[in-house]
Design a protein around this ligand. Structure first.
Ligand code: APR
Length: 253
């Protein structure tokens, strides 16, 4: 069933939330666009200007690393000051109520945590862009220090151990984080309601979780402005603006 009326969407969500014993949230870039963070595939997205730099190229080519850091800092300046939106706050309230066990997110902007969802309830499948780490020894590197060094030397940063330093995000071609994948799998299989919000659902393995939830007997709800690849599999599609659809469930902050 596809609903385009916001009022009807509110009523349906309230009914589903009331009858659910355990929900899992799943989010993509669409939940952050109202916060000023661009998504990846909407027309005009700045991310569409460049081909993503594959992990193998980042490792092999210092020039690719320099370009990757340049893009990262440009985007960070766009994100700077981004505050959580109505969708983040709604999920934070659902987690605080005990109804939602965890939020599986593809986003790297840290806005679920900033909205008050405890970090241990946010499962970041594509890592986190608010810090960097050494690919060799795993040491954490603060972005402010990395940026200062990068702007001073123009060279991509290296760790004291000689390892390559990278933003703590998962790039195309990079192995998915094992613990996060395990936890996402577990939360997907324990919920009776799986709500996928603001994702085009085209990137795997992340987009496999809504399918797994449905196959496991959960009710699958998709909230998105445009059609997604999994609309046909969903029990309910709420087509519209995420902030408007979820705002009644966001505790006022
Ligand atoms: N309300 C509703 N839907 C919205 C809104 C909004 N305010 N803003 C954007 N959307 C929708 C877009 O229509 C789009 O379908 O959110 C979806 C975002 O899809 P993508 O841009 O493809 O982002 P996402 O699905 O998160 O991408 C997955 O791809 O590039 C990789 O690693 C990156 O995590 C990312 C992954």
């Amino acid at each position: 069933m596809i609903i385009t009326s916001t009022d009807e969407a509110h009523a349906e969500l309230a009914r589903l939330f009331a009858q659910s014993h355990r929900m899992t949230g799943f989010t993509g870039a669409g939940i952050s666009t109202e916060c000023g963070v661009p998504d990846f595939r909407s027309p005009g997205s700045p991310w569409m200007k460049h081909r993503p730099i594959d992990f193998s190229l980042f490792i092999a080519d210092p020039l690719a690393r320099e370009e990757a850091w340049r893009r990262k800092f440009t985007m960070d300046d766009m994100y700077a000051g981004a505050r959580p939106g109505r969708g983040h706050r709604a999920l934070a309230s659902l987690v605080a109520s005990g109804k939602m066990g965890a939020v599986i997110t593809q986003n790297i902007d840290g806005l679920h945590q900033a909205a008050g969802t405890p970090a241990d309830k946010v499962i970041e499948l594509h890592g986190n862009g608010t810090y960097a780490k050494c690919l060799e020894c795993g040491q954490r590197h603060e972005l402010a220090d990395v940026r200062q060094e990068f702007e001073r030397t123009g060279a991509a940063p290296e760790c004291e151990c000689g390892g390559v330093v990278k933003s703590a995000t998962i790039s195309f071609g990079q192995a998915m984080p094992e613990e996060e994948m395990r936890r996402a799998h577990e939360e997907t299989l324990t919920c009776d309601l799986f709500i996928a919000i603001g994702s085009s659902l085209v990137v795997y393995p992340a987009a496999g979780f809504p399918i797994l939830a449905k196959r496991n007997g959960a009710t699958l709800v998709i909230v998105n402005r445009e059609e997604t690849q999994l609309d046909d599999a969903a029990d309910l599609v709420l087509r519209g603006d995420i902030g408007s659809i979820l705002s009644p469930f966001a505790a006022s902050q």
